[in-house]
Design a protein around this ligand. Structure first.
Ligand code: PLP
Length: 332
């Protein structure tokens, strides 16, 4: 379950991926070598799309989070599977455009987007900018006014929900550096009311990465639906999209638990359905943004062993490692 779908070990003990002998690939291309299994990548894309269609009766979309692994080939695979692209920088926007993904299928993320990046996005008619904070909301409004184009924005909200993951990749707390806290929404309303070229198309959160505890998503969806109701009241228009981000964990070692794309989609879809029913609110366009749960298992890094260090039995008995294997790979 850590390996690509097509990984096989022959009777002679040779590893192949996608029908290619891995040692043969290493000989042909040299190591360190990143090997991507197209079939695994595309299958995970398909699982997201079909789960969302099965679990959620409203409109929906899946955006592949490029920062987990990105190049023009991967962008094309995601696009062909019907996914949009969540770009974390102008560089990723550029790669996606180069791969033939239309600008309207992109969302631009990032908590510190320079003006040139926003102008680049606007000129390429990007689908939406996901706005992190009030300063940025004003700046996006200015860019729209200067370039005389409407800017569609999603507001990234910090839902004040902690998810059980490493503190550095836990991004949904009020005190987190990412997103607007709910207390700041009235000020966002002022900016949106006074700007002529800002169009609020939705709300977004991303509570972090490597999340095994799915209950945190249901909690955060509820916070966002309250924010949606408040914004609809204040602006006279219901923000259409709701994006609960990505972050579904994947096992990195054989002792970590398995995770399930469909279980993740189910939790998010059910929380959205129940929350909208309770508030008598129309269903939003539900937008998921998975990254590693699509790319992680599809990618394998192959190295050559350069040397070994045997630390001896005494070290192992003392709780230290029995030895080290030195590779030709970097620190990535
Ligand atoms: C990183 C990131 C994702 C994807 O996270 P994964 O853990 O790779 O699924 C989605 N949305 C945003 C805003 C991100 O920063």
């Amino acid at each position: 379950r850590l390996w690509p779908d097509t990984a096989r070990v022959s009777q002679a003990g040779r590893l192949s991926i996608g029908g290619c002998d891995v040692e043969g690939l290493c000989d042909a291309y040299a190591t360190p070598l990143y090997i991507l299994d197209e079939e695994t990548f595309r299958a995970s894309c398909r699982t997201y799309v079909s789960s969302l269609a099965a679990r959620y009766p409203g409109p929906g979309g899946v955006y592949y989070s490029g920062k987990s692994l990105f190049n023009t080939t991967v962008a094309r695979w995601a696009h062909e599977a019907g996914l949009g692209i969540d770009a974390a920088s102008a560089g990723e926007v550029h790669v996606a455009l180069k791969a033939g993904v239309p600008g309207r299928r992109l969302h631009l993320h990032g908590n510190a987007k320079p003006r040139e990046e926003l102008e680049f996005a606007a000129r390429n008619e990007i689908g939406a900018v996901v706005v992190d904070n009030l300063d940025e909301l004003r700046l996006v409004g200015e860019v729209g006014r200067t370039l005389e184009c409407d800017m569609s924005v999603l507001l990234r909200i910090a839902p004040g929900v902690g998810a059980a993951t490493h503190p550095h990749i836990q991004t949904g707390l009020d005190a987190a550096k990412f997103g607007l806290s709910v207390d700041h929404l009235p000020r966002a309303v002022e900016v949106l009311r006074s700007a002529t070229r800002l169009r609020l198309v939705g709300l977004h959160f991303h509570i972090g990465s490597q999340i095994f505890d799915l209950a945190a998503y249901a909690e955060a969806v509820d916070v966002l639906l309250d924010a949606r109701a408040m914004l609809a009241d204040a602006l006279g228009q219901m923000p259409e999209q709701l994006s609960p981000g990505g972050g579904l964990a994947i096992p990195y070692t054989s002792d970590e638990p398995d995770t399930d794309i469909d279980a993740f989609v189910k939790v998010v879809a059910e929380a959205t359905l129940a929350g909208c029913a309770r508030r008598s609110m129309p269903l939003p366009r539900l937008v998921l943004e998975p990254g590693r749960s699509i790319s992680g298992r599809a990618a394998v890094a192959a190295y050559t062993v350069i040397s070994r260090k045997d630390m001896g039995e005494a070290a192992a008995l003392g709780g230290g490692p029995a030895g080290y294997v030195h590779l030709d790979g970097g620190m990535a």
